[in-house]
Design a protein around this ligand. Structure first.
Ligand SMILES: *Cc1c(COP(=O)(O)O)cnc(C)c1O
Length: 433
């Protein structure tokens, strides 16, 4: 049986949420449904509605909802009274995850990283990364980039560009310089050269940095994909000026751009890498900070936390690595599907003189304004497609379909998106609904 998107028409009872849940909630405002269950690429509400999920928990559900192999591994583990919480104690589940990660991810890529289990959110992995870089170098400044997003705790928030997020801090966000990302001044300005010029000039006012923190594709900041050349240049600059290169792979990693790490094959190796979002494979909270073994200068407990290493997430993460990453077939599939996504988005963009962004299965269309993007995502939702926006003005409609989606459903969702864009941007040519 093939499901089709089928939105329910009745708004759910939201009284309890209005009454008791903080105003800070965000996604539930543009997606006002109460969901009951989910599987694969589908979210179901309680009124018979089924929605194709092109948001995937902001790329936390790269393998879709409740993947049967992952779910069974977790059910078996719980049924056998496997450890649910163990602080950072050695457990079978942790050993098994580390073995799988070493064997299936690190070794084939000739990467030699130590794994630090931080608190289970991405922002905690970023906090650990910048703390470690500051501790090692004895420097304070972190170079981050325009439109970068790194999380909401104060250290990571200081590295984040978005004013709306920064405004919530309540204290000055300091010790970070936001330098122009690749392409920030248009295609003709080499922003890596600008950074190098400032760092090499003793009178530029830019202090020697502890770290350079970068996303290879900016997930929240508009799906800007840095070129391999630019990233290589940034890696070279970091090394030359004694800073550690941190790649924040929380959204772009775990296969989203077509390889497990988003920087693979680009000719540089980050000193530190952060992972979270899809790492558990099933949407369970789980974050990792990886670094070269020589950088492992932590004192025991110096970056601590009650929930470091989520044993249920170790189980599903190890199952995901074994199921999807034991050979190259899944990766080849993502690359192929990313090309399909690319060509369809290009074609839609061309019809309306728009442009596309991104890489792999992390792509979107710049529709010119946040208002247009919001109208488009709302009309997609009315057709049973869940899709969100990204970018400085929320002007990018971003497709984050599960990496496991089949081509038919990918096309189904893109058809809905195409119609919505057509209706919003060329209303005179559209057929009245
Ligand atoms: C989501 C995200 C974070 C923060 O992760 P949380 O789990 O929300 O704290 C950090 N960096 C990037 C690139 C992200 O996409």
């Amino acid at each position: 049986m093939t499901l089709v998107p089928r939105p329910s028409r009745d708004a759910p009872e939201t009284d309890i949420f209005d009454r008791r849940e903080s105003r800070v909630r965000s996604y539930s405002r543009s997606i006002p449904r109460q969901f009951t269950r989910a599987e694969s690429v589908w979210l179901h509400d309680g009124s018979g509605g089924q929605y194709l999920d092109f948001l995937s928990g902001c790329s936390s559900l790269n393998y879709g909802h409740n993947h049967p192999v992952l779910k069974q591994a977790l059910l078996d583990y719980i049924a056998a009274d496997g450890i649910a919480h163990g602080l950072d104690l050695h457990t079978d589940a942790k050993a098994d995850f580390l073995e799988a990660f070493e064997q299936l991810i690190l070794a084939p890529r000739q990467l030699d990283y130590r794994a630090m289990f931080t608190g289970p959110t991405g922002t905690n992995a970023v906090e650990a990364a910048v703390k470690l870089a500051r501790k090692i170098t004895g420097r304070e400044l972190v170079i981050a980039f325009t439109n970068g997003f790194h999380g909401m705790t104060l250290g990571a928030l200081a590295c984040t560009g978005n004013a709306g997020k920064r405004n919530g801090a309540g204290v000055p966000l300091s010790h970070v310089s936001h330098e122009p990302f690749d392409g920030y001044y248009g295609p003709d300005v080499d922003t890596a050269a600008l950074l190098e010029q400032r760092l090499s000039d003793p009178s530029s006012g830019l202090d020697a940095p502890a770290a350079v923190l970068v996303e290879t594709v900016q997930g929240e900041g508009g799906l800007n994909a840095a070129s391999p050349e630019w990233l290589r240049a940034i890696a070279g600059i970091a090394r030359k000026y004694g800073a550690l290169l941190i790649v924040d792979d929380i959204q772009a990693g775990c296969g989203r751009t077509g390889s497990f790490f988003s920087f693979e094959g680009m000719g540089f190796t980050p000193d530190i890498v952060t992972l979270a979002k899809s790492l558990s494979g099933m949407g369970l909270p789980f974050a990792l900070t990886l670094f070269r073994p020589e950088l492992d200068v932590w004192e025991p407990g110096e970056h601590n936390g009650t929930f470091r290493g989520n044993n249920h997430a170790f189980v599903t993460a190890a199952a995901a690595l074994r199921h999807f990453w034991a050979d190259g077939s899944f990766q080849a599939d993502i690359v192929r599907r990313g090309e399909l996504l690319h060509s369809r988005l290009e074609q839609i963009a061309k019809e309306h003189s728009l442009s596309t962004r991104g890489r792999g299965m992390m792509r979107g269309i710049d529709v010119g304004s946040g208002d247009a993007a919001s109208a488009i995502t709302q009309s997609c939702f009315a057709q049973g497609l869940i899709i969100e926006t990204s970018g400085a003005h929320d002007e990018i409609v971003k497709v984050l379909a599960p990496l496991t989606i089949d081509d038919v459903l990918l096309n189904t969702g893109l058809d809905i998106l195409e119609t919505a864009i057509g209706a919003e941007l060329a209303p005179t040519l559209g057929v009245a609904a």
